[in-house]
Write a protein that binds this ligand. Structure first.
Ligand code: ADP
Ligand code: MG
Length: 321
């Protein structure tokens, strides 16, 4: 099967590649053409996943299809954007019909889940690597930036943390667990659900936001730095799933929730005056701390004691083996 036949069969023919809102021209020409309504801005983000670095060489291609798009789409959710489309640059060591069929199926499921149209890409031969570029739109002035948090804001997250990090030994086949524990953790790793509803509900309310991909404390450090203030996290309020606690035990589950990567859950700062209107929107979230004058990220135990492992912000702690 040649390059063009492959593109047509597995990607151009996929349901998610048949166009959608905001797509004036999809796959097949030199460029796709997108509509961006007056008063809105185009939000763009790229992510690359390399086999053996970001996912195991041997894994289910359907799950990889879901995950590879979800991790990129999460950046759009974190900006408060409405999804439009994405391009797929795929580098393959060989053409395997079974692999491509399953990969395209997983990709299509996640694309339709997110409301993203496949609008183009590139197909090359080489070590397996996947680059996704996602496009969305957001009303001018309402994108959720990392800068903008103010002292007195509440620090919030969009859901339980640490599940994907907890799943890693299961993904790598290093450990096993009963299905009741492993299934929800593996689902979070392979099929994270970008928090579009939350991101859009935060427009005009949150003062700063991002999606947690490198661990709660590390990523809060980005908001603290960009906003020029300090963030305080209350350990007891960090949401941890029952499956993660069951699998790792309470202590290790907390550690995974604070420092584990791959969550793709939103973290944001919210003025207290916006709390009730955000609650009224019906999208779940948890208040886990607050913003205050100063710098860096600190962690507090239930008695209010500072239990931050290092004094100078969190990045140093992350770099400690
Ligand atoms: P060009 O040579 O002009 O860059 P290509 O021959 O690489 O175009 O691709 C032909 C068309 O197929 C383009 O519209 C491109 O966006 C699309 N395409 C290529 N690879 C993929 C892919 N993996 N998934 C979706 N569309 C793709
Ligand atoms: Mg090309």
């Amino acid at each position: 099967m040649g390059e063009f036949e492959l593109i047509r069969h597995y990607f151009a023919a996929a349901p998610c590649a048949q166009g959608g809102e905001g797509v004036a021209l999809g796959i097949g020409d030199d460029c796709a053409l997108l509509d961006v309504p007056a008063g809105e801005r185009l939000a763009v983000s790229t992510d690359t996943l390399v086999a053996g670095v970001h996912f195991p060489h041997v894994c289910d291609p359907l799950l990889l299809g879901q995950r590879s798009l979800a991790v990129a789409a999460s950046d759009l959710a974190a900006m408060g954007a409405t999804p439009i489309g994405f391009t797929l640059a795929l580098t393959l060591p060989e053409v395997s019909a079974a692999w491509l069929q399953a990969y395209a199926e997983g990709l299509d499921r996640m694309a339709r889940h997110c409301g993203l149209s496949l609008i183009g890409g590139d197909t090359t031969r080489g070590p397996l690597s996947i680059t996704m570029t996602v496009f969305g739109r957001v009303p001018a002035g309402q994108a959720l930036l990392r800068a903008g948090a103010r002292a007195g804001d509440l620090l919030c997250v969009g859901g339980a943390l640490g599940n994907a990090a907890g799943a890693l030994p299961l993904v790598l086949g290093e450990r096993q667990a009963e299905a009741g524990l492993s299934a929800p953790l593996l689902a979070h790793y392979w099929s994270p659900s970008p928090q579009f509803a939350l991101g859009q509900a935060l427009r005009g309310k949150a003062t700063a936001a991002l999606d947690i991909s490198d661990g709660l404390l590390a990523d809060c450090g980005h908001i603290a730095k960009a906003s020029g203030l300090a963030l305080e996290v209350n350990l007891a309020e960090v949401p941890v799933s029952p499956a993660l606690e069951g699998f790792l035990g309470v202590e290790a589950a907390r550690h995974a929730a604070l420092t584990g990567g791959d969550d793709y859950v939103l973290a944001f700062t919210l003025p207290p005056a916006q709390l009730s209107s955000l609650r009224a929107s019906g999208v779940p979230f948890h208040v886990i701390g607050r913003a205050l004058d100063g710098e860096g990220v600190s962690l507090r135990d239930p008695q209010g004691q500072d239990i931050t492992p290092q004094q100078r912000g969190y990045q140093h702690f992350r770099e400690t083996p």
